[in-house]
Write a protein that binds this ligand. Structure first.
Ligand code: PGA
Length: 258
């Protein structure tokens, strides 16, 4: 069966609510009829305006983080139900900037995954090794630990709702993209970890995306790699033409029968 690729834009801390909704309005006609699922992870303050602008289109709006509690004394934090009510359908969890700048650990990320599933947001779990970890040949160990510990306790029934994004930390925002071989090897490690956790049938339902310096020039090639079900795009998703170019020339690729 052929699957539509999932293309996610991660805006990080960019765009006001007004700028964001104008972007969505501009993007809709540019990607009409494209065989891709398009997600935009926008700042919290832009969720409502983007969800309104995206209504009736094929674009899904989501958040870049959340807390695991449903409410409480957590100054500056936000709960899944608040995101949901604002119009979010998904949430990025464990992005490398959350892990490395804000010190988030797998156990905390796991609690968020559980909460997102409970409150009906699609959790998009991000994993990836640093340059040093790769140099020390620890990529497999790191990815496995991130996946096992961040998905600890998730039932097989819920596994199919999760999306995984492999983003090598050294490729994020650097202009250095992983080679095809590196991407395939890492996606295989991720896939095997998911099979260990949930069994082959359920693991096959989990899309694995690549992220890290994706741009309109390299997107098509990366999407052709085996086990790559889509892309997580940071910098190149901030410009509507460049993001539309990443989405629209997607080759529909033949999937291996499982
Ligand atoms: P980049 O970011 O595309 O700018 O490298 C990707 C990400 O952080 O998700």
């Amino acid at each position: 069966m052929e699957k539509e690729p999932i293309i996610i834009g991660n805006w990080k801390m960019h765009k006001t609510g007004r700028e964001a909704s104008h972007f969505v309005e501009d993007l809709i006609p540019k990607i009409e009829g494209c065989p891709a699922k398009v997600f935009l992870a926008v700042p919290y303050t832009s969720i409502a305006s983007c969800a309104k602008a995206a209504k009736g289109s094929a674009i899904w709006i989501g958040a870049q983080n959340m807390h695991d509690a449903n409410e409480g004394a957590f100054t500056g934090e936000i709960a899944a139900l608040m995101l949901k009510e604002a119009g979010a359908s998904f949430v990025l969890l464990g992005h490398s900037e959350r892990r490395h700048i804000f010190g988030e650990k797998n156990a905390f990320i796991c609690k968020k995954v559980i909460r997102a599933l409970k409150d009906d947001l699609i959790p998009i779990l991000c994993v990836g090794e640093t340059a040093d970890e790769r140099k020390e040949k620890k990529t497999k160990e790191v990815l496995q630990a991130q996946i096992f510990e961040s998905l600890d306790g998730i039932s097989k029934e819920e596994a199919g709702k999760i999306i995984l994004a492999y983003e090598p930390v050294w490729a994020i925002g650097t202009g250095v993209v992983a080679t095809g071989k590196m991407i395939q090897d890492a996606h295989e490690i991720c896939k095997n970890a998911l099979v260990d956790l949930f069994g082959k049938r359920k693991a096959d339902l989990i899309s694995i995306l690549y992220g890290g310096s994706v741009n309109p020039e390299n997107a098509k090639e990366i999407l052709k790699e085996d086990l790559v079900d889509g892309l997580l795009v940071g910098g190149a998703s901030l410009n509507v033409d460049s993001f539309a170019k990443i989405i629209s020339p997607n080759p529909t690729k033949k999937r291996k029968k499982s």
